[in-house]
Design a protein around this ligand. Structure first.
Ligand SMILES: NC(=O)C1=CN([C@@H]2O[C@H](COP(=O)(O)OP(=O)(O)OC[C@H]3O[C@@H](n4cnc5c(N)ncnc54)[C@H](O)[C@@H]3O)[C@@H](O)[C@H]2O)C=CC1
Ligand SMILES: NCC(=O)COP(=O)(O)O
Length: 329
């Protein structure tokens, strides 16, 4: 039997519930189960819902009904929260959906998780000790042992970008750029490419400093940290080049010179991807023992509840998750 995908609702005050509802309404979320508060989905424009205990009940869901698993411990009154505001109850609900989805997935009842956007301030207001999905899923994947090394990748039709650092202040991110972290990123990026059928992806590494340090004139991280990590990866047989100036490497990758770009910080890597269009990007967590994808955009509080949010990126995330599951065999 083909296992379903679990789609978490995200922050109830953001566009997450309405893009989930829209994807189902348009028939673009086949064999998916929402992990959500049914009242939140109704407020977001979902049609008929079928609340089920778990994926085993999916066969009994009437056609046209959106199947929903309700996680335990959701705060009351979520469907009455004002749209577009940070609220600790919304953060707690978003976290409860993610935790429950991982539980169901790890019990072998689902194939992958697709997460609708959460608001990081709401998550923090709820006391959740992780800045985003990536760190939370890493911790949930740890079981009793060490958390696996994971990396964020944003991908669209033209670029695939893997990040060395993500949700920290820029000063801290610079401190975090180390030989080990860059090398681990290269290994993770290389291994992940098997999911889209590339055994030996051409990886370009963007530098940290302007013009990749301009031979040491504008910073020495390229010489002392990044180039040695690239050499070590090459010695392991990986096809890695760089460090290249961050302002031009994406242009070259987009023209086809590279399959993946590794970038040192969140905004170095994500601005080029998001600039190409919020509707086509997919956020993929690499290194997890399961498949997790997400739209590339956030909670879009400025338009939440207006019914104008575009579900295309969520649909792309669903497609990516299915393909990644199939590639895992
Ligand atoms: N996967 C996730 O959970 C993600 C969460 N976030 C979080 O979301 C929150 C808000 O982030 P922002 O920086 O404001 O970025 P955002 O992506 O929520 O919004 C940026 C702009 O894009 C527009 N937009 C976003 N999604 C859209 C859609 N589906 N259809 C039409 N327009 C859309 C918004 O209206 C806004 O003008 C933050 O807490 C951020 O950390 C951001 C990215 C991913
Ligand atoms: N810019 C993407 C982003 O911040 C999403 O983070 P996560 O919730 O997927 O960890």
């Amino acid at each position: 039997m083909k296992l379903p995908l679990l789609v978490t609702m995200g922050d109830p005050a953001g566009v997450g519930p309405e893009i989930v509802a829209a994807a189902f309404r348009r028939g673009q979320a086949e064999a998916c189960i929402a992990v959500a508060d049914p009242a939140v989905l109704r407020r977001a424009g979902a049609g008929m819902l079928a609340v089920i205990e778990g994926p085993a009940d999916l066969a009994a869901v009437p056609p046209g009904c959106l199947p929903v698993i309700v996680p335990p411990g959701l705060p009351p009154g979520l469907a009455e929260l004002p749209w577009g505001r940070v609220d600790a109850r919304a953060g707690a609900a978003a976290a409860a959906c993610i935790e429950h989805a991982v539980r169901v997935l790890r019990a072998g009842e689902a194939a992958a998780i697709v997460t609708a956007p959460i608001h990081k301030e709401a998550l923090a207001a709820a006391g959740v000790p992780f800045p985003g999905h990536t760190e939370m899923l890493q911790a949930l994947a740890a079981d009793a042992g060490e958390p696996p090394p994971v990396r964020m990748m944003l991908a669209n039709e033209e670029l695939r970008v893997v990040l060395v650092t993500i949700h920290v202040a820029l000063r801290e991110a610079i401190e975090l750029v180390s030989f080990e972290r860059v090398l681990a990123t290269l290994r993770i990026a290389h291994a992940a490419a098997a999911a889209w059928g590339q055994a030996r992806p051409r990886i370009a590494v963007a530098g940290l400093n302007p013009h990749a340090g301009e031979g040491g004139l504008f910073g020495r991280e390229e010489i002392e940290i990044i180039a040695p990590a690239i050499e070590a990866a090459r010695a392991e047989g990986l096809d890695v080049a760089g460090p290249f100036p961050p302002d031009t490497v994406f242009m070259r990758a987009r023209r086809g010179a590279f399959d993946i770009v590794v970038a040192m910080t969140h905004d170095h890597g994500l601005i080029p991807v998001k600039y190409l269009g919020v509707e086509q990007g997919v956020n993929v967590t690499l290194g997890l023992p399961f498949v997790r994808t997400s739209p590339d955009h956030g909670t879009a509080f400025d338009i939440a509840g207006q019914g104008v949010a575009d579900p295309s990126s969520l649909v792309a995330a669903i497609r990516w998750a299915r393909a990644a599951v199939a590639a895992r065999g």
